[in-house]
Design a protein around this ligand. Structure first.
Ligand SMILES: [Zn+2]
Length: 528
């Protein structure tokens, strides 16, 4: 962020009245988190859930330490609205506004959050020779002489992790499900060793458990310095057996879908894992990284390529969270911005499919560059996450449209999918450009607009040209796949610098949406 912008934000923040701060906190619509699937649980299951919830609360506290520091500094804020907003953001920086500070006395958020010393310079980092420095499971600290050192998570957070392990092991002893027991046992081991491989394999094998859990240091989005260090989080989930069954058939179609990608044959040689599974869940608890700022509505894990190569990946669609976002945010935005004749295409079912196939799309495309630059991830460097998310968005929509043509997806039309997708892009722009997802969405928005996929009618409302939208989907997908396949990080950087920006007209749309009091995201009230 430019210095000028920071100064302006800081001074406006100091002058912000209590009611303005309350309005910002209220931009997160409260959603009561519960699920009818809870009724199918027995008393043992309930005990397991209680233990998982205690472990999750520790993940929550550890994430506070990672992303900010001492949570008490926010807990003791005198301004009630400010404190409420700080709890949503896990610190004094607004995650939906490029991490701008909103608590007086706090400057710009350090790019490396609390994973690195705040005063570490680039030169110092580059000169630091310890091979453990790039591990997702080490923090960087200073020794007594002020030199950099690596500290493993298992040591840095030892006391808290011991308690987490005891809860997981107690839950393992109670559950009647072998898969869940195996995962909880191996995960406790992982917390003690910082070796997550075996527990990730165990999680891949945990397919028939009603209760599911994702727990650990997982995503690296919070490390904006290097995209290396992982953040603690926990989801507690209940499987929706019926909807999961409905999705099963698509898993076997992945290799076929890969062959249909709109790109040259040489970019399609990767064969997606067929043991990858796709299931629907209701989420009943979020803690840590996944509970800060905007809320995840779909999960695609594990991140470890070695596990993916052996067992594929699991895609978990969080149906109740998805419905909440559609109802509270996307539908009101669409009704405001899409021209009246096309509003009938805003459909929660289309939102479900678009999001579902975003996750599928992460498992398609190119994994290794075609020109000897190694893996796409290595070659793409700092651009990798942005482009991977951009790919997943557009290939997801591409597949939904293909499957509608093939009459595999009933009840919705391509117009529904495209209209709901474009309204979704506008929704996501409100997240700002701070996240990789935000950048990916902006690149897509600007590209599609340039291709004539949509325009504004005389009343300033969006009119979608479905024919041009379909061609733009193909050409945007092709551009991304080519960039990844050739590992062209230079072009990727140049493109994202130009396209991952918010144009003036869209800023006006967002102001319009904001002035109508439409929530920006949701926050959970866990009522169980
Ligand atoms: Zn994604």
């Amino acid at each position: 962020m430019a210095i000028g912008a920071f100064v302006m934000l800081a001074s406006s923040c100091a002058q912000e009245s209590g009611s303005d701060m309350q309005a910002r906190a209220d931009e997160y619509a409260v959603v009561e988190m519960n699920s009818p699937l809870m009724e199918g649980l027995d008393s043992r299951d309930r005990q397991v859930l209680d233990l998982l919830r205690m472990a999750a609360d520790i993940m929550d506290n550890l994430f506070w330490q990672q992303t900010f520091g001492d949570r008490k500094d926010m807990d003791t804020l005198g301004d009630k609205a400010m404190k409420e907003f700080a709890m949503i953001n896990y610190g004094p920086w607004d995650r939906l506004e490029d991490n701008s500070p909103f608590v007086p006395g706090y400057g710009e958020k350090p790019l490396g959050a609390n994973y690195y010393p705040a005063d570490m310079t680039t030169e110092e980092w580059e000169a630091f020779a310890d091979p453990d420095k790039t591990s997702p499971y080490t923090v960087i600290r200073r020794d007594e002489d002020g030199n950099l050192k690596c500290v493993w998570y298992r040591d840095e957070y030892r006391k808290e992790l011991e308690l987490v392990c005891s809860y997981l092991e107690e839950a393992a002893a109670i559950t009647g499900n072998d898969g869940l027991r195996n995962y909880l046992t191996k995960r406790a081991e992982a917390f003690r060793t910082d070796e997550y491989f075996e527990s990730d394999l165990a999680w891949m094998d945990m397919k028939d458990s009603k209760i599911d859990v994702v727990i650990g240091p997982i995503e690296n989005y919070d490390d904006k310095l290097n995209e290396l260090k992982t953040s603690y989080e926990c989801f507690i989930l209940l499987k929706d057996e019926k909807r999961s069954k409905d999705l099963e058939k698509y898993v076997s179609m992945l290799p076929e879908l890969q062959k249909m990608l709109p790109c040259p044959e040489e970019y399609k040689t990767f064969v997606p894992g067929t043991s990858s599974d796709l299931n629907v869940y209701d989420a009943i608890y979020y803690a840590g990284d996944c509970n800060c700022g905007s809320k995840t509505i779909a999960i695609n894990l594990p991140n470890d390529d070695r596990v993916q190569a052996l067992k594929g990946a699991r895609r978990l669609q969080l149906h109740n969270s998805m419905n909440a976002k559609f109802d509270k945010i996307l539908l009101p935005i669409g009704r405001l911005l899409v021209e009246p004749e096309q509003q009938k295409h805003l459909r929660s079912e289309a939102f479900f499919w678009n999001v579902t196939f975003h996750e599928v799309a992460h498992g398609l495309g190119v994994k290794e560059t075609v020109n000897g630059k190694g893996s796409v991830d290595e070659a793409m460097g700092a651009e990798k996450t942005t482009w991977e998310e951009a790919k997943a968005d557009i290939l997801g929509l591409f597949m939904v449209c293909k499957l509608i043509d093939m009459e595999e997806i009933p009840l919705i039309s391509k117009e529904d999918a495209i209209t709901t997708f474009i309204a979704g892009l506008v929704r996501s722009v409100r997240f700002g450009a701070a996240s990789s997802h935000g950048k990916a969405n902006m690149m897509c928005y600007n590209y599609m607009k340039e291709q004539g996929a949509f325009s504004r009618n005389k009343d300033g409302q969006y009119h979608i040209d479905f024919g041009k939208a379909l061609s733009a989907i193909d050409s945007w997908a092709a551009l991304i796949i080519r960039t990844q396949a050739t590992g062209d990080a230079g072009y990727a950087k140049e493109f994202s610098t130009k396209y991952a920006v918010v144009p003036e007209a869209l800023k006006a749309d967002i102001a319009n949406v904001n002035s109508h009091g439409i929530p920006r995201d949701i926050k959970f009230d866990f009522v169980w």
